[in-house]
Design a protein around this ligand. Structure first.
Ligand code: ZN
Length: 318
């Protein structure tokens, strides 16, 4: 019984932080994004790996967003997008066609890779799909834009990655044609009462190179969706995370891959291209080591490597 390895990549450029002004270190990371995507695609081609790239749909626009006379971007989208929002969700979107907010060239790069990569959705405006805080009308508009632009560009839309991993509005997502999403694996640290405690516990998990959870694809009868939860984030080396020895991530990923091969379960690794911006060469060396190990297990018939959408057609997703 072979296990599974799935790699999902959230492609969002500046949209990941669209409700805050960009900080200088974020500018530096965004300026490297295209170069990073190019290196990632080379590695995936070299190791013959099909990953899931979940894109923010707004990257597909061929010209700057439409605006009302007073400057409001996308005036047709219902406002406010978040309940009680004091500043518009799109207030930081620049009026010009800025490479941090638009990225057709990035999507084109991903589409050229052999073996073919899966392109999925990471929403249209990177709105949190939070059932209490976000307006259902804005979510409906967000999903409609995703459907429209993916269709226009001939892109599939089977897999969905929730912005900020906030999972909600699942019935609406299924109705828009999406079938698979990346959920969050419950960890022991999730039970801690305070956010600061959870963050510290999460950091300790990495410091101790705690083995990541192996997961299973679950079909959810109440929504129709298949959940392929995450196992491990290949995080960027900024701030306090720099104190974690890079070898720990390798030990955790190896344990995930070997464990998946042994148990028949899934090891689901994920990251953003921007996680390769700091200490870039070291990060790429780490990823290459992981991909190379996954390939060795695949060659031995112990591991299947597949994108998220493939769990939709897999007979034993339960
Ligand atoms: Zn995101």
């Amino acid at each position: 019984m072979a296990g599974y390895f799935t790699l999902s990549i959230d492609v969002e450029l500046a949209w990941g932080r669209c409700d805050y002004p960009l900080q200088p270190h974020e500018h530096a990371a965004l300026a490297q994004e295209r170069q990073i995507v190019a290196r990632l695609t080379q590695l995936l081609a070299q190791y013959q790996i099909r990953a899931t790239w979940a894109i923010v749909g707004h990257l597909l626009l061929p010209q700057p967003a439409p605006r009302r006379a007073d400057g409001l971007a996308h005036p047709d989208i219902p406002r406010p997008m978040l309940h009680g929002e004091f500043r518009d969700w799109l207030s930081h979107l620049p009026p010009e066609y800025h490479p941090f907010w638009y990225g057709r060239d990035i999507v084109a790069m991903i589409r050229q890779v052999s073996p073919a990569q899966e392109i999925g959705s990471h929403s249209f405006f990177h709105l949190p799909y939070h059932e209490q805080h976000t307006s259902p009308a804005a979510i409906a508009a967000d999903l409609e834009q995703v459907r429209l632009w993916h269709q226009r560009e001939g892109l599939p839309c089977t897999s969905f990655i929730f912005p900020r991993n906030v999972v909600g509005f699942k019935t609406q997502i299924y109705q828009s044609g999406i079938r698979v999403y990346r959920g969050h694996s419950r960890r022991w640290s999730d039970r801690l009462p305070l956010r600061s405690m959870r963050r510290l516990a999460n950091w300790l998990t990495f410091l101790l190179a705690w083995p990541p959870p192996l997961v299973e694809a679950h079909h959810e009868p109440e929504t129709g969706l298949i959940n392929v939860p995450d196992s491990l984030l290949l995080f960027g080396r900024q701030g306090i995370r720099r104190l974690i020895p890079p070898n720990n991530l390798w030990r955790m990923a190896r344990s995930g891959l070997d464990g998946a091969a042994r148990s028949g379960r899934i090891f689901h690794l994920w990251f953003h291209p921007s996680n390769f911006a700091a200490e870039s060469d070291q990060q790429f060396a780490l990823l290459e080591r992981i991909l190379s190990h996954a390939c060795a297990l695949r060659q031995q018939g112990q591991l299947q490597i597949m994108p998220m959408a493939d769990y939709h057609t897999l007979p034993n997703a339960h």
